[in-house]
Design a protein around this ligand. Sequence first.
Ligand SMILES: Nc1ncnc2c1ncn2[C@@H]1O[C@H](COP(=O)(O)OP(=O)(O)OP(=O)(O)O)[C@@H](O)[C@H]1O
Length: 270
Amino acid sequence: MKKAIIQERSSCAGTARPPVGVEVSGLSKNFGTQRVLKDISLTVKPGEIFTIMGPSGSGKSVLLRQIAGLDQPTKGTARINGLDPADPDTRDRFAIALVFQAGALFNSISVYDNLALYLLEHRLCPKKEMRDRVMRALKILSLENAVKKFPSELSGGMKKRVAIARALVMEPQLLLYDEPTSELDPVMSATITEIIATLKTEFNVTSIVVSHDRDLALTISDRVALLMKGELRALCSPAELRKVEDPAVKDFLNPTIDLKKPRYQQLESS
Ligand SMILES: Nc1ncnc2c1ncn2[C@@H]1O[C@H](COP(=O)(O)OP(=O)(O)OP(=O)(O)O)[C@@H](O)[C@H]1O
């Protein structure tokens, strides 16, 4: 796959736009009386792979939605190169692509049309260039044979790859992934992890990945933010995270199974 990516990149040399940086400052988010994010501040540098980890319900997806501009914080700000991601001008200015947890593909149209839709809707390029961009993205993800298929005919791993290919068609400067390896077997998870890392190095894109996949977070990330109950519990490199002494962090990274003190009896009802 790597060879294909290098070849394709040289064919569109000169069109790549620089990766963007993200700054989250004093951000809190409430839903009614529930405080889901509490005073989060972090910076994602251009070109980084930045993984947001944490237990279920810790607020990872909500934080990603604030960064994507899909939702507004209760307090504080998220900024992309200093601009508000919810502002349509910011979206026009920077190519920001989201890879959703469930793929969010349209089931009634083919893989090709799923990829072409964004370019068609935004009238971004002539038909020939559109076809080239779609086919280039499919080739990068080794999906050329799936071009005429419908999403219902694809495996979970293929759907994730189609979702990434669709994001690539935008030639993104910022790629936001929500649980890209969820519901995949370990080998397919490793494949998607490799794809994310390869896209970073070959396309110089900024990647923010929401995941509780420990292998993904600790192998390919430049830095990891660990959220717990809406608070930033750690923000460091994978190597530093492995050395954190905080018992809650250690337990999250290496949970033990103790049938004498089962965790399900300690769950909080919410
Ligand atoms: N639109 C919403 N309205 C009300 N509550 C919400 C909304 N979106 C999220 N929440 C709540 O915010 C909390 C955090 O949700 P979030 O989806 O960010 O968790 P997560 O860390 O991504 O979890 P998981 O790993 O299970 O996907 C949850 O308690 C959830 O129910």
